[in-house]
Write a protein that binds this ligand. Structure first.
Ligand code: PFF
Length: 447
């Protein structure tokens, strides 16, 4: 109903304006920035890839990010009910329900990887990590064992506790402490990495533009990553947007979040590549880069225990501020749908995620040969969420804001040039690009 939509949320259910920006940066900065961005940049053309990534962020990521925030604040509901509140047909909301499913799927594997980073932080500090210098073998035996389940539980308990404490008293407080803390650790590690002997070579590998590696595939990887990195297509930014005040400028907030996300990713690259190059470790290790290549560098470095701990602790924090936003999506939905208390809803969501994360974790070990559609359960969760649900979710947001809901510009506080530019991206550029990545990632088009 229109009147209640104008209301501001209760103070305990709303963010302050800095709190909102920090929480949204917390959602976007995660394992995507610290672990995935550096290795895909190294693989797909260094600075050339980086430029394409910036373009994708600006032309597709930022417009959708703003659209999600605006739908959340305009509809003042969750990933499903915000659409219901703003539109006469129920269809948009049914698609919004996919976001709730994506959150479970993403959390199912993301919580496992977050758990790995905690284990690595802990064992760097105690020195156990450095006992067996075959880091590839020790990673594989660790990930295939039972220990990750213990760390997944720790990740889920912390996340559930923060979400249960509420928007102002939990999510905002958590991000207000951790996001600035993350920046401090990042700067310490960057200085350490850039002053290692031979660091320049790593910087060169990371940033030397190699336009010959720039293929259609690398552009699609950049676009897909811009999406995941900004936490788009699954209602996280929409859900957070519902907790902001009408006074907040969402355009500025969206720009700050996209800029922050880019900066954290860039600095992560300036830490990882100089470190591996300085110790003569091959950088082309893909996903294993952080867990298999870096420990060797920390082992060789003076005070390596401490730097190793700081690095993996940084990854854990970045992951936790993202898991909080992932859990808040189904949490907000179930609270409203079934009139559950926040604590009850958060606990139920956490238990469901825990049940999904056990087979995900075991996919690295005893379930590694149990394939569904040719993928392990872990990879299947990632594939279905990142390549199918997120693009559909993103498409729903662009089409709804670009074509169906006429008051988006008013809610965003945009008019004139910026409004037209935003609408142009939402109506034409973003949907076409999203459809192309979708068709590519499910194998319908090939390059
Ligand atoms: N943006 C996070 C990252 O880059 O690690 C991942 C993520 C968090 C995706 C929250 C989606 C989401 F809703």
């Amino acid at each position: 109903n229109q009147n209640s939509l104008q209301l501001e949320p209760k103070a305990s259910d709303s963010f302050t304006s800095t709190g909102f920006i920090l929480a949204a940066i917390g959602s976007s900065v995660g394992l995507g920035n610290m672990w995935k961005f550096p290795y895909i940049t190294g693989m797909y053309g260094g600075a050339a890839f980086f430029l394409i990534f910036i373009l994708c962020l600006a032309l597709v990521g930022l417009p959708i990010l703003l659209a999600e925030m605006v739908i959340g604040r305009g509809g003042r509901g969750n990933a499903v009910s915000s659409f219901h509140n703003l539109s006469k047909t129920k269809w948009w909301g049914y698609f919004g329900f996919l976001s709730v499913l994506s959150a479970f799927a993403i959390m199912g594997f993301y919580a496992v990887v977050a758990g790995w980073t905690m284990n690595y932080a802990f064992t760097s500090l105690t020195g156990n990590l450095f006992e067996n210098p075959d880091y590839t073998a020790s990673f594989l035996s660790f990930a295939g064992g039972n220990m990750p389940i213990f760390w997944t539980i720790i990740t889920l308990i912390i996340t559930c506790w923060v979400v249960a404490k509420g928007v102002a008293g939990g999510i905002e407080k958590f991000n207000k402490v951790l996001i600035p803390g993350l920046a401090v650790i990042l700067v310490i590690l960057m200085i350490r990495a850039l002053t290692l002997p031979g660091a320049g070579e790593g910087v060169e590998f990371f940033l030397m533009p190699d336009f010959s590696k720039l293929t259609a595939e690398s552009a699609l990887v950049a676009l897909g990553h811009a999406f995941f990195s900004l936490s788009l297509g699954m209602g996280a930014m929409l859900t957070y947007g519902a907790y902001t005040s009408k006074k907040q400028s969402l355009g500025k907030a969206a720009a700050a979040v996209a800029g922050g996300d880019l900066l954290y990713a860039f600095v992560a690259g300036l830490i990882i590549f100089p470190t591996v190059f300085s110790y003569g470790i091959a950088p082309g290790q893909g996903p294993g880069l952080a867990f298999m290549a870096l420990p060797a560098a920390f082992a060789a470095m003076p005070l390596g225990n401490l730097f190793g701990f700081l690095f993996f602790f940084l990854l854990s924090i970045a992951a936790l501020t993202s898991t909080v936003s992932l859990v808040e999506v189904p949490n907000a939905y179930l609270m409203e749908r079934f009139k559950w208390s926040r604590a009850k809803s958060a606990t139920i969501v956490t238990l469901i995620i825990f049940a999904i994360s056990i087979p995900a974790s075991m996919s690295m070990g005893i379930l590694s040969d149990n394939l569904l559609f040719g993928k392990t359960f872990f990879d299947l969760l990632d594939f279905v969420a990142s390549n199918i649900f997120l693009p559909i979710g993103g498409l729903v947001v662009t089409l709804f804001t670009g074509y169906a809901w006429k008051r988006a510009g008013e809610e965003a506080g945009l008019s004139g040039f910026w409004y037209n530019a935003w609408m142009f991206c939402l109506k034409y550029i973003a949907p076409i690009m999203v459809i192309v990545i979708f068709l590519y990632s499910i194998g319908i088009i090939k390059f």
